[in-house]
Ligand binder design. Structure first.
Ligand SMILES: [Zn+2]
Ligand SMILES: [Zn+2]
Ligand SMILES: [Zn+2]
Length: 781
């Protein structure tokens, strides 16, 4: 055969290209373009040899990127010309053992439209089979034990494929070619309903299977534990207030909102307002929970999200969920199956121990979960969407940085909403949501996950990046003693709010310098105070603290976070002295309690000083009578934001903004402090005049936005830096973001907002890793 007019190329594709149907895609593409050659997995990506007419090769390479399958993420295509070769059999998929190099692990993906069609097609051999999947969808990270991603290395190893599944698995033209979790009713996992005999009798004649019977029990008001993809859910009918109340009582969770799963987008639209951005998120392969504005006058139970005008909603993301929601016909509460603040149950033994007292029954299945992974949560705003929890569907997909760490970095993350980050080269592998580190069980989950990440990505940390909080670092040191590499790693401490700002720079690949408004709950300050409302300038690997909130006391420390009226009393005392103004929320307090808190505030006894912006929100919510006891993080601020949305927001600020120039001493002393006292005086007057809490909540938001705008513009002028990043937990606030961001842009500033990691402490690890990498780059020759 003549080789004139034939071009031959070797092509290497980098990114998430294994376990996502990439080789069959390449095969079909090559056949379509009449090329001969081969494709195979390599240690880091996919290798291709292709030859044919130059125009066809060109079109083929272009399509590699443009038409890649839904779960693939092509990072780079490298190509070089090679001499043409004799190839037998047109184009072939060559299997090759991976040499165990670093490849990306695909996150879990929601059921694809093709599988969904088959799931509900009575003629299909997988009709109503709750584990249907293909190379475009299904479990990945949650079932993988080690690389390379092959069935024996997953929790599917115990299910040998039947002949029919084998044929699909080996047919390059099939959608299930090399789909590692491929299964069918004859060979794959199954579900089983476990419930007391009296309940089983009630639904005994419900057809056709245990999922239909579970749905029938839910319709009758039962609470069930449902084993899902990366853990267990607690499920009940979201339209039955009594069932929701029972779940709240059993879980000791009086107020925290419950997420709800709805059958399809049409159902979501009946209950919530869904804009284009939210619809895209809901229906994406990641299928996260999205916080949506709730419609009024629906049949949803009012106690799903007490006091809030939003609801966290997700669509079914496994075939099991699709069947359950289809059969139930109503929205279902689907909240994480755990004891308060502990990680989700993973094994059947854990689930039994933790969830037995909470439920009437279990919907089990026999595919083991290897990596537990909670549902992700997103928020959509007029200025863009961002994650509040980056977990299922995203982990362990890396965030690519604009710099490469000379050696691997392990960033330990935060004490609350923990995620950690393993930075290898340019790739920041963020863990799934780990959780609240005050719990011993969470520490075990953390250590186990760190070990697994090190093994999966073949990296041992040379550097540990961590928060400055001494308690956290101490416990981390003990826990990490068992983790390979961690004991000998060098330590880099990163200030909490600097890490927030750095996370923004990292995800935008921004080299800095940048100003950062980091409005947050609390974080350890190196000057001995508790930081939280900070304006920083990030430069190279370091930062300067330019402005902050005027300090105030937290009388009772931890108790003040639970009972924010304590913070309000501290603020009032600082503003009015001993004679506190007459206000309704103070009038109902016990006289001894009031005196004690005043005394704590005056003496500074068990009343640390803070510049926390989050605690200011708490105090205002308490003064307006919106909260008395806080039972979940962010509750007061969310109530205040909901109130602010109920009344028109004032133009400009109705309360005075006073940034005071200060001459404090020390390396971390700001030059400006936002004096909140003039605001408080106006706010107290409004309360005394009997103005509505909604109107006052709006004025407080308007004041904070005006204060933020003023300081950003002023400091930008003084420093010549035109980039302003917004991070920290207080920016999980649509009112604040949608007011502030357009104004900053109108002043000619470039605004950085989170897009890939949460603005809360869930994004902290990325910032810590980035700072550590910058430090290494600056000190290395
Ligand atoms: Zn599929
Ligand atoms: Zn089968
Ligand atoms: Zn924080």
């Amino acid at each position: 055969m003549g080789r004139d007019g034939v071009r031959a190329e070797r092509i290497h594709v980098d990114g998430i290209v294994q376990g996502v149907g990439f080789r069959p895609f390449v095969y079909r593409l090559a056949v379509r373009h009449g090329l001969e050659g081969w494709v195979r997995n390599s240690t880091a990506g996919v290798d291709i040899f292709a030859q044919g007419p130059p125009a066809a090769v060109e079109a083929f390479v272009r399509a590699l990127q443009r038409e890649a399958p839904p779960l693939a993420e092509v990072q780079a295509v490298r190509r070089w010309a090679v001499p043409p070769a004799e190839v037998q059999g047109g184009f072939r998929i060559v299997t090759s053992a991976s040499a165990g190099g670093r490849t990306w692990v695909s996150p879990d993906a929601a059921t694809c439209p093709d599988c969904l069609r088959e799931l509900f097609d009575p003629a299909d051999r997988r009709y109503r089979y709750p584990f249907i999947n293909c190379t475009h969808c299904g479990p990945r990270f949650s079932i993988i034990r080690r690389l390379p991603y092959d069935r024996p290395h997953t929790t599917m190893a115990r299910f040998p494929m039947c002949a029919a599944c084998e044929v699909e698995y080996h047919d390059p033209a099939d959608r299930r070619f090399h789909a590692q979790p491929n299964a069918c009713p004859a060979c794959g996992p199954h579900v089983r309903l476990e419930a007391p005999a009296r309940l089983r009798r009630v639904v005994a004649d419900v057809q056709p299977d245990d999922i239909a019977r579970a749905a029938a029990l839910l319709r009758r008001g039962a609470i069930l534990a449902v084993k899902g993809l990366g853990g267990f859910h607690l499920a009940c009918d979201a339209t039955q207030a009594e069932a929701v109340a029972r779940l709240r009582a059993r879980k000791t969770r009086p107020h925290k909102p419950f997420a709800v799963m709805m059958r399809d987008l049409a159902m979501v639209r009946r209950y919530c307002e869904v804009n284009e951005q939210a619809a895209a998120l809901l229906t994406s392969p990641q299928a996260p929970i999205v916080l949506l504005p709730r419609r009024e006058g629906t049949d949803l139970a009012p106690n799903l999200a007490p006091g809030l005008d939003t609801l966290g909603v997700m669509l079914p993301y496994t075939p099991l969920h699709h069947l359950l929601l289809h059969d139930a016909g109503v929205p279902l509460v689907m909240t994480s199956g755990n004891r308060q603040d502990e990680p989700m149950a993973r094994t059947h033994a854990e689930a039994r121990a933790a969830l037995r007292p909470l439920v009437e029954g279990f919907l089990w299945h026999d595919r083991p979960i290897h990596n537990r992974v909670d549902d992700s949560v997103w928020m959509a705003t007029a200025v863009g969407a961002f994650p509040l929890r980056r977990s299922r569907g995203y982990a362990p997909r890396p965030v690519r940085l604009g710099l490469a760490a000379p050696e691997p970095v392990l960033a330990l993350g935060s004490e609350m909403k923990n995620t950690f980050c393993l930075l290898v080269g340019e790739e920041a592998f963020l863990s799934q949501h780990i959780g609240e580190m005050q719990q011993a069980a969470t520490w075990r989950f953390f250590v186990e996950s760190v070990r697994r990440f090190e093994a999966l990505f073949g990296a041992r940390p040379a550097v540990l990046a961590h928060d400055l909080h001494p308690g956290f670092t101490l416990t981390a040191t003990e826990a990490l003693a068992e983790v390979p590499g961690a004991a000998r790693a060098r330590r880099v401490g990163v200030q909490h709010h600097h890490a927030h700002l750095a996370a923004l720079l990292a995800e935008h690949r921004h080299p800095g310098p940048a100003l950062g408004l980091t409005f947050d709950g609390t974080g350890f300050g190196p000057d001995g105070t508790v930081w939280g409302g900070e304006v920083l300038l990030a430069e190279r690997a370091g930062y300067r603290r330019l402005a902050s909130l005027r300090l105030f006391r937290l009388p009772g420390n931890e108790a003040a976070i639970r009972h924010p009226i304590r913070i309000a009393i501290g603020l009032l005392r600082e503003t009015y002295g001993e004679a506190l103004p007459d206000l309704p929320p103070l009038a109902v307090l016990d006289a001894v309690f009031l005196r004690t808190v005043q005394w704590q505030a005056a003496r500074g006894l068990n009343a640390p000083l803070t510049s926390s912006c989050g605690r200011l929100f708490d105090a205002v919510a308490a003064l307006l009578g919106l909260v008395t006891e806080v039972t979940y993080e962010g509750q007061a601020a969310m109530r205040l934001e909901t109130a602010a949305r109920a009344a028109p927001l004032p133009e400009g600020t109705p309360y005075p903004v006073v940034w005071e120039a200060v001459a404090e001493e020390g390396p971390f002393a700001p030059t400006l402090r936002l004096d909140w006292r003039p605001m408080l005086v106006h706010l107290v007057d409004d309360i005394r005049r009997g103005e509505a809490a909604e109107a006052i909540a709006g004025r407080f938001h308007a004041w904070l936005a005006a204060a933020a705008e003023e300081v950003a513009v002023r400091l930008s002028r003084e420093t010549g830096v035109r980039t302003v990043g917004l991070s920290g937990g207080c920016f999980v606030n649509r009112v604040l973001l949608e007011t502030l961001v357009p104004r900053l842009r109108a002043r000619g500033l470039e605004v950085l907002l989170h897009r890939q990691v949460p603005p809360t402490d869930g994004g902290l690890a990325l910032g810590q890793a980035w700072v550590a990498a910058r430090k290494m780059l600056e000190t290395s020759p």
